[in-house]
Structure formats: structure tokens, C-alpha cells
Design a protein around this ligand. Sequence first.
Ligand SMILES: [Zn+2]
Length: 240
Amino acid sequence: MRVLVFAPHNDDEVLGVGGTIRSHVLAGDEVTVCEVTSGLMYKTLQAEARKAHALLGVTESIFLNLPVSKLADMPKTELNGRIGEVVKKVGPQIVYIPFIGDMHLDHRYVTEATLVAVRPINDCPVKKVYMYETLSETGWNLPYGERNFTPNVWVDITNGIDEKIAAMKCYESQIKDYPNPRSEEGIRALAMFRGNTIGYPFAEAFMLVREIRGGYSRLIIIYASLLGLVVASGKSGVSL
Ligand SMILES: [Zn+2]
């Protein structure tokens, strides 16, 4: 299984998906992390990202180097194109994106561009799309009902919480002291809350955007078309 995680900023992937990335790796999945933006500290942050990704077992780290905090100023078509190229290159079955209602506009624009890239057309391989929560972003959004993070998928990360925290500590320039939400205690507290919601010690929570199951009938259609058979609505040929 190929998994692709989009992080608008370095460390979003660890805060939102760190434990789940570890679970995918342990299950034998290939995980690619795409860091979308960079700024003045890019050398430090990208070195920290590579360290964190190595610790989690990430297969590939992609750095798009788009301007941080300025995605809103980019032409939408250009951002969509850059994100689309990554999806095409990786060919993932599972994609993780930030919550659409996060306070930082970069998060929203990355999510919107990814939704364009993973549309279920043109042989897109993506079968599952999840939105993740980011400490100090998701919790600081406006209190509008439709913009609240309401998880419907939980991943037990009890075996990966230590790696998640260790990965965040690789981001020496970003991890803070408690009570900042981006602290070891803050990360552990959220994981405990998400965990005890489902009766586990630690979890990460997600909002499922789309899941596509099966695909057998589509294979039949492709096979039938290769044989030159007519498969449309039972008029003649193969009935599906
Ligand atoms: Zn961010």
C-alpha cells in the first residue's frame, strides 16, 4: 500500500499523523511525506524533517518549497498543478490532508488543491482520503459548527506514541514547553483524549473524506473493453 501525507509546514505531518505513519510503516506500507512550503528557516526545518521522517520510517520526503504563508497569493492553477504532480508521481491508495477548517490558510489551500488532485476520475488510484488535526491550528479555528473537527476514524497509536513524540523532538526549532500545545505534554494529552474516546490508551483521530471499496467491476469493464465487447446497460454483450 502506498500512503501520501501532505504537510503544509514542516512538523504538521508529525503532529497530525505521526503515530499513524508509524503504524503504516510497521504494516509494510510505503509512506511519502510531501512538505509543501518553506521559508527563511528552510535549511534547519528540512534537516529536522528528514531526521523525524527517518525515525518514523518514511520512505520518501518531498519538499515543494512553495512560499510559506503565501499559498493564498499563488494562482490556484499553479498550486493545483504542483500538488497534482506529487499525487501522480506517488500513486497513493491512501492520502492524508489537513483539516479544511484549520486557522492557517496554507492548510486550507493545500487541502483544496489535494481534493482536486484526488478526484475519482482518470484512473486515480486513491481509495481513501482523511483529514487530520494539527495542534495549535485545528483548535484555533473559528467556532462555526461546520468548521469544527469532528472525527469519525480513530487509529490506535499506543505502540507508536513514543515514536511520535521522539519525531516531534527532532523538530528542535518547533517543539515548545508546556502549556504550549506543541509540547510533549500537549501531544500526549491530545493522543490520550483521542484514545480514551475509543477505549485505548493513545490514538490519532481523523475525518474520513472519501472511501472507495471494491473495484472488481471496473476491472471487468477494462478487460471487456480490451476484448472489444459492448458492456453498456444490457443492450448486448456482457451484463455487469
Ligand atoms: Zn501548519
